[in-house]
Ligand binder design. Structure first.
Ligand SMILES: [Fe+2]
Length: 139
């Protein structure tokens, strides 16, 4: 089962953002699948690395527009981005060291966290910049 279902409720109506969000959801769902199937640490580590790298790429893109459009909530929004990268990186480090039941507990915790964080971030935090981005010509 997909951890996050990509649907219209998650779409902001700005193509460049939605396309990247959809890809992030796809990576998270792939991570969920690998973890629930109990696949090897190397596979999971690889997907987690991909997720961290793509998340950073995506946040840079949003933040580039924040600067360009003088977004009033930029600082607050960036704090959420930085906190996520820090948290997921810490999880990845812990997972790498953990084994057995500790490892599966960590994996479950990480996935629950990612599911909640991303749904909230897209539908609440990101939705706040939509009007400005559209006003500045992003479609
Ligand atoms: Fe964001």
């Amino acid at each position: 089962m997909e951890l996050i279902q990509w649907n219209d409720r998650l779409k902001l109506g700005i193509e460049v953002v939605d396309r990247q969000h959809e890809r992030l959801v796809e990576i998270i769902n792939r991570l969920n699948e690998a973890m629930t199937q109990g696949r090897g640490a190397d596979v999971i580590g690889e997907i987690l690395d991909e997720l961290i790298i793509y998340t950073a790429t995506h946040f840079s893109m949003e933040e580039k527009y924040f600067a360009q459009f003088d977004y009033a909530d930029a600082a607050e929004h960036k704090l959420e981005h930085d906190a996520l990268i820090e948290k997921v990186t810490a999880f990845a480090d812990d997972l790498e060291k953990a084994q057995g039941s500790v490892r599966s507990a960590l994996a479950t915790e990480l996935l629950q966290f990612l599911g909640i964080w991303w749904r909230y971030h897209m539908m609440d935090t990101d939705s706040k910049f939509v009007a400005l981005f559209k006003e500045r010509g992003l479609t």
